[in-house]
Design a protein around this ligand. Structure first.
Ligand code: ZN
Length: 455
């Protein structure tokens, strides 16, 4: 049976009919987080966009017939810098950040990918790929321990970003790696000082460049060719362009990914998100402000994935209200059969805003069974529909006790202890609210009884 799914392919710059290479194993790779800090909502956008695509592919081809890989970049100079700044070792930074990332994405209701490879576990595959590129003369080592990919050797370079090599040359910033033959050549391997993380290689102790990490992990898990490669629009150049160059040249010039999908940028209240504007918004900030994961999903998916998204709190509050209204009508069900209009919108390049519009129509017409199915698919069912948020009385007493301890700590100006108690409780899913002299608490949607017991 022909499945009429159309996706916009950044590579061809057209909407194309999607046909997997293998109907029994639809394969998708999405660039995952570099783990040195809390995920901001710009990081959450590709996670939620490709979560919907993952759900749709599973719906269309079968749950066990889709392989979704989203890597973790745990080798990166930003991580090294963070570890140095905090005075802790690198593993501490990466392990902690990975745990945060998992919790935040669980809170947003994102399904786990089938594989979540970490770069540190694939260094030998990266070294193999770099060696092969050197032996085929697509790459060259320099005397100072770097290995570079020689862009001029790959005739198709610039195809994804639709740029000529000459134009790209002008835009490239001159780095201090003076051992390059050509400014566009990019790093496959770089030398490490004693303080930096490093692995033994034919070119001395060093570490991989970021681009080769994804090429090597994708090849190892998905093979030389696969169906969909995704990520944010900011990754098109140079990251994805370089992934294509490395993978194509080391895999006998076979086409790497058939479809390239990119989500648009995200702004906050009309402004670019930046530390200097002080509008840097993490998923954890939203959890602390007690927004629900499903409302964050809704707000994210109410804009088409290729459009720039303007994050507005007013709309998030509206999303929250809509979902309360819908959830009052939702019945508990297991297997979802997507209503036709909701499905058709998704089949047209993941038109989630149109799907959501159709869901409003279902509500207005009183078609609550259909609405339930659509909400299940989109992850819009409130978590408390699925289980109770009540906690046993002895735990409740313990929370009260901890809050008393926190108040004493605050009075004696031991703010680090007070903050720690607050964070620990929040981590277990308890939100504290201070108003004047009084402190109240309530459970949030990510309540974890097990954690609460340990406090
Ligand atoms: Zn990547």
């Amino acid at each position: 049976m022909e499945i009429p799914l159309f996706l916009y392919n950044s590579f061809s710059r057209t909407k194309e009919a999607f046909r997997p290479l293998d109907m029994n194993n639809v394969r998708m790779y999405v660039c995952g987080p570099t783990v040195y800090d809390r995920a901001h909502i710009g990081n959450a956008r590709p996670v939620l966009v490709f979560d919907i695509l993952f759900r749709l592919l599973r719906y269309l081809y079968g749950k066990d017939k889709v392989t979704y890989v989203r890597n973790i970049t745990d080798i990166d100079d930003k991580i090294n810098a963070k570890a140095l700044e905090r005075g802790v070792n690198i593993e501490r930074v990466t392990e902690e950040t990975i745990e945060w990332f998992h919790k935040d994405m669980d809170f947003l209701g994102a399904l786990q990918p089938n594989y979540e490879p970490r770069a540190t576990a694939y260094v030998s595959q990266m070294i193999d790929m770099v060696s092969k590129l050197i032996s085929l003369s697509f790459a060259y080592p320099s005397e100072d321990g770097h290995v570079f990919f020689e862009v001029e050797k790959f005739a198709d370079y610039g195809q994804l970003s639709n740029k000529k090599v000459g134009e790209l040359k002008e835009g490239v910033r001159i780095e201090n790696e003076t051992s390059k033959r050509n400014p566009l050549d990019f790093v496959l391997w770089k030398p490490s000082s004693n303080e930096e993380p490093g692995w033994d290689s034919p070119w001395g102790r060093g570490r991989p460049g970021w681009h080769i990490e994804c090429s090597a992990m994708a090849k190892d898990i998905l093979g030389d060719q696969f169906d969909i490669h995704g990520g944010g629009i900011d990754l098109i150049f140079p990251h994805h362009e370089n992934e294509i160059a490395q993978s194509t040249c080391s895999n006998d010039m076979k086409k790497f990914a058939n479809f390239w999908l990119h989500n648009g940028f995200l702004k906050i209240e009309g402004e670019k998100m930046s530390k200097s504007l002080n509008n840097f918004l993490t998923v954890f900030d939203l959890i602390k402000r007690d927004f629900s994961g499903s409302a964050i999903r809704y707000n994210m998916l109410a804009t088409h994935y290729r459009q720039p998204l303007d994050w507005k709190f007013e709309r998030l509050a509206e999303a929250e209200k809509t979902l309360v209204k819908w959830n009052n009508k939702i019945r508990s069900k297991n297997e979802a059969d997507l209503p036709k209009k909701v499905l058709n919108a998704l089949l047209d390049d993941l038109n989630t805003p149109l799907s959501i519009h159709e869901m409003h129509q279902l509500f207005n017409k009183g078609k609550f069974d259909d609405l339930t199915d659509a909400c299940e698919f989109f992850g819009f069912v409130a978590k408390d529909k699925k289980g109770s948020l009540e906690i046993p009385s002895e735990l409740s007493e313990n929370v009260d006790k901890l809050i008393k301890e926190r108040n004493i700590a605050r009075l004696s100006k031991n703010f680090s202890l007070a903050d720690k108690i607050r964070e620990d409780l929040l981590d277990a899913g308890i939100i504290i609210k201070d108003s004047g002299q009084e402190t109240t608490w309530e459970t949030s949607q990510n309540l974890e009884i097990k954690k609460l017991k340990k406090l």
